[in-house]
Design a protein around this ligand. Structure first.
Ligand code: NDP
Ligand code: MG
Length: 404
């Protein structure tokens, strides 16, 4: 039997660390895991601030370690765990995140921390040869070359969780090695829902509130990625993610707005075929695909109901949504530009969610940061983290100057 194929009861369970277990992707991951008793063993769960949710996850999934990135949250969790006499060790801080992602006992890591904060542990897991289920797209945006080199060097299996990339992965030949010519692939088509502001005027978008921005029409997601979806920066980050995951040239990556979020993305072939993956918009489908790979396992997702449904497609509007083009610009600039783009975006989204800046200041501050910090090197993790830090300072200064 292929060593990849594991039958519950017959073979050893996969030993799993979930980075970002308390988030939306983490909760969905544990939902799928719970549907397959004996197939997975939860080694470690990590969070940052949500103590109650982590406590509940420890009761249900019995991890050996629970890591809270925030020391105060770890202290609180330790008290609660001791009071209930749960057999779990509580660790804290970023070194512990890396430790539970790289320890020899673990074979599979779900990387679902939000933002560049997830980079060190995810990269370390790749270097350690873990099977990586990658939700944390910012890792690839910031450190694409470095991360893919680490995967190649260690022989890790990398499975995309982002629904678009998971759809493309499913629609490519199983033995695809990054050679578009050889596989007869012409283009990758990323679908975008268009987000909650798809039909709004530029004036209405400029005046949008955080509550409007996080109310996504089709998907339930964390706040940061919800704002990214509203600005189309999420699609921009996904273009960069696709460039690295599939070795695509930027001109081979196309974006189409598909408001129903049924077609999750497509691959266009030389013979005119376009292969798509469809499904109900529910992240448990790509999560189950990656957890079970190469087997298909139950995900708890409701069946796709196509009768009477209309599927529509339209071009993205770069005038109302400038962030998408900024991502293509960062790809063209190369070096650390994508790290700058990502960091400036994280700062601006946080300020927007605090109510400190208007929605259209997000794109303005990213453009300013890219102009100010062009041409940085991206060869090492230190250089990338440096670019990230400098971009955060530049974006903070720009935003407090424009919106005091
Ligand atoms: P959430 O905000 O719901 O969850 C984020 C997780 O990261 C939480 O566990 C949070 O802990 C933890 N976290 C936050 N900050 C830090 C930090 N500084 N150090 C360590 N851990 C931290 O996000 P999502 O689950 O929505 O998204 C996670 C990732 O997956 C993102 O990169 C997103 O782009 C990607 N993704 C998400 C999709 C979705 O449908 N949600 C779809 C495709 C990709 P706590 O909550 O305890 O503070
Ligand atoms: Mg996506």
């Amino acid at each position: 039997m292929n060593a990849d194929i594991r039958n519950a009861g017959e073979m050893k369970p996969r030993v799993l660390t979930v980075l970002g277990a308390t988030g939306t992707i983490g909760v969905n991951t544990l939902d799928v895991v719970a549907r397959h008793p004996g197939r997975f063993e939860v080694f470690a769960l990590t969070g940052a601030t949500q103590v109650e949710r982590m406590l509940e996850q420890c009761r249900t999934h019995h991890p050996r370690y629970a890591v809270m990135a925030e020391p105060a949250a770890a202290a609180l969790l330790r008290e609660r765990v001791a009071a209930e006499k749960l057999p779990v060790d509580v660790l804290e801080g970023s070194a512990a995140l890396t430790a539970v992602a790289t320890t020899p006992e673990v074979d599979t890591v779900m990387a679902a921390i939000v933002g560049a904060a997830g980079l060190p542990a995810t990269l370390a897991a790749a270097q350690a040869g873990k099977r990586i289920l990658l939700a944390n797209k910012e890792t690839l945006v910031v450190s694409g070359q470095l991360f893919m080199d680490a995967i190649a060097a260690s022989g890790s299996v990398l499975l995309p969780i982002d629904s678009e990339h998971n759809a493309i992965f499913q629609s490519l030949p199983r033995d695809f090695n990054g050679d578009f010519q050889q596989a007869g692939v012409k283009a990758l088509w990323l679908t975008a829902s268009g987000g909650p502001f798809r039909t709004l005027s530029a004036e209405a978008i400029a005046a949008a509130t955080p509550a409007q921005a996080v109310a996504h029409p089709n998907w339930v997601m964390g706040k940061k990625i919800s704002v990214d979806s509203a600005s189309l920066m999420n699609k921009g980050l996904e273009v960069i993610e696709a460039r690295w995951l599939f070795n695509a040239r930027p001109d081979q990556i196309k974006v189409v707005v598909h408001p129903q979020s049924i077609v999750h993305s497509m691959v266009e072939y030389a013979d005119g075929s376009v292969l798509a993956q469809m499904g109900t918009p529910d992240m448990r489908t790509p999560i189950a695909y990656a957890l079970g790979f190469p087997e298909r396992i139950e995900a708890g997702v409701s069946a796709l109901e196509l009768m009477g449904r209309e599927l529509t497609f339209e071009a993205p509007d770069s005038a109302r949504f400038p962030c998408l083009q900024l991502a293509f610009d960062a790809l063209a600039a190369g070096g650390s530009a994508a790290a700058v783009l990502n960091a400036a975006n994280e700062v601006a989204v946080a300020r927007f969610l605090e109510g400190a800046i208007p929605f259209n200041a997000i794109a303005a501050s990213i453009a300013h940061s890219l102009d100010t910090l062009a041409g940085g090197a991206a060869g090492t993790l230190e250089e990338l983290l440096n670019a990230d830090q400098r971009a955060r300072s530049v974006a903070e200064a720009y935003l407090s100057d424009k919106h005091p």
